[in-house]
Design a protein around this ligand. Structure first.
Ligand SMILES: C[S@@+](CC[C@H](N)C(=O)[O-])C[C@H]1O[C@@H](n2cnc3c(N)ncnc32)[C@H](O)[C@@H]1O
Length: 191
């Protein structure tokens, strides 16, 4: 990674035991732009590779690293500390204050939990995107990246493919209102 190396302790019960997932690697190498400050979310943090990378890229931001797996939450917390990162808040979803809005969401989402559960997870967090903020995800093409892109767009989160590599797609979603605001700003600039 451009940010340098990262030492991660992993565990059998946590995603990507023993090696960085290829999809996660594609996401981190292809989607390198992060807001300098604010609240950033790593949705489904596992052992923490995304959260720790975001925290290094944006040391003035707070990176919320959430996971339903308590062991993952603990590993992410320990890994952040072991890598000298102090701006990661690792916790379960219910521990994030409802008032917090996110200046960016990143995820290698848990496709294996099935569409209904994954869709419910996304609909819990995407409405919490701040104005103009985006959600960036990596999904394997053969695990349904195209249908997820259509579904997100239908749900009011216009989604574009911003990159692809090794059979993975990087999807970037915004809130429809934000997209409309951007169009409006552009019109105003042109007038
Ligand atoms: C594909 S793994 C990615 C892990 C890590 N971000 C990485 O890149 O190595 C997806 C993670 O989502 C977590 N997860 C599953 N359902 C979730 C939910 N409803 N809310 C938050 N995290 C969830 C899983 O426990 C798992 O750690």
């Amino acid at each position: 990674m451009p940010e340098g190396t990262m030492q991660l302790t992993t565990d059998r019960g946590v995603f990507s035991h023993g090696a960085l997932d290829l999809g996660t690697k594609v996401l981190l190498l292809k989607a390198t732009s992060t807001p300098a400050s604010g609240n950033l979310l790593d949705l489904g943090c596992g052992a923490g590779p995304i959260a720790i990378t975001l925290a290094r890229r944006s040391p003035a931001a707070t990176v919320w690293a959430v996971d339903v797996n308590n062991r993952a939450v603990q590993l992410c917390r320990d890994n952040a500390r072991a890598n000298g990162v102090t701006n990661v808040q690792s916790c379960t979803p219910d521990e994030v204050d409802d008032s917090i809005r996110f200046d960016g969401i990143w995820s290698n989402p848990p496709v294996h939990i099935g569409k209904p559960a994954m869709h419910a997870m996304l609909l819990r967090w995407l409405p919490r995107l701040a104005d103009g903020a985006a959600c960036t995800m990596v999904v394997q093409k053969h695990l349904g990246s195209d249908s997820l892109q259509s579904w997100l767009t239908d749900q009011g989160y216009p989604t574009e493919r911003i990159g692809s590599a090794k059979g993975y797609r990087i999807l970037r979603s915004v809130r429809a209102e934000s997209a409309a605001d951007l169009d409006l700003d552009l019109d105003l600039d042109l007038d």
